[in-house]
Design a binder for this molecule. Structure first.
Ligand SMILES: [Zn+2]
Length: 288
């Protein structure tokens, strides 16, 4: 049976990206499957999702100003999780009443646009791209479903990120962002390739790291020494804070890592124990 979505519910949600996403996901039956972005598109008037090789773009939305119908273009040479994110992003432009394309060719979204998470005052383009990204992540990883998924998975664990990523068909990186933003405990995730840091994400309360994008992973840490196979997540190992942190004091970290294909690696850092030193940082409470 085809999915039906009441567009009135979407119209009532206004312009807030998360409310718009919820107005859709609450109409989708929970059947343990990932959010069906293609079926959603069809149900809200997208008459075509065309996959083709796009030059300099990840995706595009072509729709009249009324947005009564539209078409989505997606870069064909991408993994399915990436295509799903792009489709969700374009739906974000489509359902947001404040989004207007500046080009007669519609919304044209690059891979840089798909990463925009802030904007400067007056930068309308960046604001729309950020909102489309916020919408996409909340559509693909709805809070209620993520919470239900984690109900029987206590603690903080890299395995959770991998399991959510697989089950919800969302990239590891987007999943990691979503995973750490909803934690109260301080956490950082380091993305690297062949021993070199690509970038680091951390939630608000995690102390500043002593390493930066482009730098090598600290040579004495687990992420440098682990010889586990691709996809095999390590145990959480206690690591002295000064390997990773700018102001380590007596903090000891929990470090857990997994090697992915092509030398990519993800490292999860948690705070295991804080010292008695006067750090500018408050000890958190732990659930593990
Ligand atoms: Zn866009």
């Amino acid at each position: 049976m085809a999915l039906t979505i009441d567009r009135m519910e979407i119209d009532d949600a206004g312009q807030d990206p998360e409310k718009l996403a919820i107005s859709i996901t609450k109409q989708i039956p929970e059947n343990g499957k990932s959010i069906p972005v293609r079926e959603i598109s069809t149900a809200i008037g997208i008459y075509e999702i065309r996959e083709e090789i796009l030059d300099g773009l990840e995706g595009a939305l072509i729709a009249p100003e009324s947005k009564s119908e539209g078409a989505i273009l997606v870069h064909s040479e991408r993994q399915e999780s990436r295509k799903r994110f792009t489709i969700a992003h374009e739906i974000g432009h489509y359902v947001n009443p404040t989004h207007r394309s500046s080009s007669p060719d519609g919304f044209r979204c690059s891979s840089t646009d798909m990463k925009i998470s802030s904007f400067k005052p007056g930068d309308r383009h960046a604001k729309m791209e950020m909102e489309a990204n916020q919408f996409a992540i909340k559509l693909l990883l709805p809070e209620s479903r993520v919470r239900a998924f984690l109900r029987n998975r206590p603690g903080i664990d890299l395995e959770h990120i991998l399991a959510i990523s697989d089950s919800f068909e969302v990239s590891r990186e987007a999943t990691a962002r979503r995973y750490i933003e909803r934690l109260d405990e301080p956490v950082a995730v380091v993305f690297s390739q062949n021993g070199k840091i690509r970038y680091i994400i951390r939630n608000g309360s995690f102390p500043r790291l002593s390493v930066w994008n482009g730098a090598a992973i600290p040579s004495d840490c687990l992420s440098s020494k682990s010889n586990k196979e691709i996809g095999e997540v390590t145990e959480v190992v206690e690591t002295i804070g000064h390997l990773w942190l700018a102001k380590s004091a007596d903090i000891s970290l929990g470090e857990q890592t997994v090697l992915q294909r092509e030398g990519f690696r993800m490292t999860l850092l948690t705070i295991e124990e804080t010292g008695s030193d006067e750090t500018q940082w408050e000890a958190p409470s732990f659930k593990r």
